[in-house]
Design a binder for this molecule. Structure first.
Ligand SMILES: [Zn+2]
Length: 471
């Protein structure tokens, strides 16, 4: 599990940005060049930027593109300020740098970054609008970018006024026609302010109760509010992120738009990563994701520490299968007569090997939960099993409870245990064991006190974040 990095490229109207980014979203090196209007120059400059930040740790290259992108085929369908629909950008870069290349809409890339390390960190259901010259958008549901037939998330073209202005997309009254940066310029002129008046100036005038500034900001932000409310009713996101050059100004302008309480409410926040979001997200999107790696959650703890409850709650929340040592071992205890404690230990060891063999045979993209007490086995033996199973990312949940609680639980269930398991006379030994037992600590571990109610969605979020930085 060597630390891998990726290069993210963001193609902007004024700048092309490149960054080498670690798995946890930190920029290690970056480079910048002026943008260009023709595709050949852009391609050439991107290649030079990649050379500047490339090194042996780079596992992939991601490119955020203004305009509509078909993610699966890596085709650019239409251009923004630079039209890349006529060049085979992904193939060209892939052949030249011999790394897998991922291309996506620039706003989807920014959303990936904001969800990983920005304003929506930890959230899995997020809507993002980027307010700049136009309005871009992206939607994340359950941790995945929503693509539908290929180009879902073009939120600038959410209609807000059927009698509105004509839009580049062919329709009328899209939110982009009234709430983009371009539209703000028009509202400013209509409001009698000089050309070049900025959103910041208008916001500061509104602070001082300037009615004309308030009206301009209202004309700009009220249709955005309508679009956001529609998106919230449709998608019920945890948070709506406003990014792009005017994201924060739009967020502040929204404070002047009255809105009635509704069944449908989501938090609206400004983006946190600024100009870097696109490059960070492009890099993260190009690293092998959960679909291409094998992940393992070890649920560890002494007998009666509450492992099974935690493992099964996590499985219900995530859909990840549970491999439980008892599930493998118990049929043998039922079929084989006269199992004593040493033989029970042998069965435990064989069962653990069986569980890791199943993980080894599982395809890439599998996340498995393994429920067992690992403390009976030598650490280097377990480490070898993990390595042999081809696990790319590992996390551990350490189940704990006060030793006397563990002793009481075991005592209460002793009569129900199959022959071969020690009985109630094991309680004092277990209490002593619970007192000194420790997690394996091979990867990140999270301690869960099983006497408290389990916040399983929160646990899932923490595991996903740990997996991202572990693989
Ligand atoms: Zn439109």
């Amino acid at each position: 599990m060597t630390p891998r990095t990726a290069i993210g490229i963001d193609i902007g109207g004024t700048h092309l940005r490149a960054a080498r980014v670690s798995r946890d979203g930190a920029i290690q090196q970056h480079a910048k060049a002026p943008s260009a209007a023709d595709a050949a120059s852009v391609l050439d400059r991107i290649a030079r930027l990649i050379e500047q930040v490339d090194d042996a740790s780079v596992a992939g290259i991601g490119i955020g593109i203004p305009g509509r992108v078909d993610f699966a085929s890596r085709r650019v369908l239409s251009g923004g300020y630079v039209d890349l629909s006529k060049v085979n950008l992904a193939d060209e870069i892939e052949q030249r740098f011999r790394r897998p290349v991922t291309v996506d809409n620039d706003c989807s890339m920014a959303l990936v970054a904001e969800c990983a390390v920005g304003a929506a960190a930890g959230a899995r259901n997020v809507v993002m609008l980027t307010i700049g010259t136009g309005i871009g958008g992206a939607i994340m549901e359950g941790g995945h970018i929503v693509r539908a037939r290929g180009t879902a998330g073009q939120l600038g073209h959410v209609p807000v006024d059927p009698r509105g202005l004509p839009c580049v997309c062919g329709r009328r009254g899209c939110v982009e026609t009234v709430s983009s940066g371009t539209a703000l310029g028009r509202h400013i002129a209509d409001g009698g302010f000089p050309i070049g008046t900025t959103a910041a100036e208008l916001l500061s005038l509104r602070e001082r109760c300037d009615d004309a500034a308030r009206r301009v900001l209202h004309a700009w932000a009220a249709p955005l509010r309508v679009a956001i409310d529609g998106l919230v009713a449709a998608l019920d996101p945890e948070v709506v992120v406003l990014g792009g050059g005017l994201g924060r100004a739009a967020f502040e302008a929204l404070a002047g738009v009255e809105t009635a309480p509704s069944w449908y409410e989501s938090r609206v926040v400004p983006a946190a990563l600024g100009d870097e979001a696109g490059a960070i997200g492009a890099a993260l999107a190009s690293l092998p994701g959960p679909a291409r790696i094998k992940r393992l959650v070890i649920v560890n703890g002494v007998p009666a520490s509450g492992k099974s409850g935690v493992a099964h709650a996590l499985s219900r929340e995530t859909g990840w299968p549970v491999l439980s040592l008892d599930t493998v071992k118990n049929p043998f205890l039922e079929e084989i007569e006269g199992v004593d404690r040493p033989f029970n230990r042998k069965l435990g060891r064989a069962s653990m090997r069986a569980m890791f063999a199943l993980v080894k045979e599982a395809p890439a993209g599998t996340t498995a939960i393994m429920d067992a007490w690992f403390g009976f086995q030598p650490r280097d033996w377990i480490e070898a099993l993990i390595a042999d199973a081809g696990v790319d990312a590992l996390t551990e949940i350490w189940c704990s409870a006060p030793p006397e609680v563990i002793g009481r639980r075991y005592g209460e269930r002793a009569a129900l245990r199959l022959p071969g398991h020690p009985g109630a006379d094991y309680v004092p030994e277990l209490v002593e064991l619970a007192d000194r037992a420790r997690p394996l600590g091979f990867g990140r571990y999270f301690e869960i006190d099983t006497t408290r109610s389990l916040e399983v969605a929160d646990l899932r979020g923490r595991l996903e974040a740990a997996f991202r930085s572990a693989s």
